[in-house]
Design a protein around this ligand. Structure first.
Ligand code: MN
Length: 201
């Protein structure tokens, strides 16, 4: 089986009050686990594809067989998106962006507050399930985008460096319909050191 569910680097209750323990338990242990199981199942009869990383599969998604492509988009996408999501969060958050990431955010958006507003806006405008992202293109140019379902920015040739899950399963137990409150709270637990590392410039 190519993919396994990664352990969380913190306790399920560690992100409270911003994300509650019950949401974390179900989101990681049920939702993410199901993406891993279903991604592995989709690759069962495709040993050559099993040798590729999840990221490489998504970057080359148009080369995958028609019969499993949507399953890979949904489940390899779900696996990669959630693995990143857990890594992006840390109890108490991590200060603010530093170094080249901070410079790029200021140059592109005007500042951190404007970046947050753009990510929140994309998250609010995502109708139904999906993600709001800060992505980098090959030249290092930053952009905020939103994708539906588990579609990964990697499928568009873009590198996700920050992403917030706006599926209802990410917030409904604690926030019900208040997606805006969830998005506002989420910034308190962002690990900017990880974002900067993913930007890698
Ligand atoms: Mn999710």
């Amino acid at each position: 089986m190519p993919f396994t569910l990664p352990a969380l680097a913190y306790d399920v209750a560690a992100l409270e009050p911003h994300i509650d323990a019950a949401t974390m338990t179900i989101h990681h242990g049920k939702h993410h686990a199901a993406y891993v199981t279903n991604a592995n199942n989709a690759l069962n009869d495709h040993s050559a594809l099993q040798a590729l990383s999840a990221e490489a599969l998504l970057a080359k998604i148009s080369d995958t067989p028609d019969s499993i492509r949507q399953a890979l988009i949904n489940n390899v996408g779900g696996h990669v998106n959630h693995t990143m999501f857990w890594e992006l969060m840390t109890p108490g958050g991590s200060k603010v962006p530093t170094g080249t990431l901070s410079v790029a955010i200021t140059n592109t958006f005007g500042g951190l507050d404007q970046l947050k507003a753009a990510v929140n806006d994309a998250g609010m405008k995502r109708f139904g399930s999906g993600w709001s992202w800060l992505v980098s293109d090959a030249a290092g140019t930053l952009k905020v985008i939103s994708t539906a379902n588990q579609d990964s920015p990697l499928m568009q040739g873009l590198t996700p460096i920050l992403g917030v899950d706006v599926w209802e399963h990410a917030y409904y137990l604690n926030y019900q319909n208040r997606r805006a409150d969830y998005l506002a709270a989420w910034w308190n637990i962002v690990n900017w050191d990880v974002v900067a590392k993913k930007y890698g410039r």
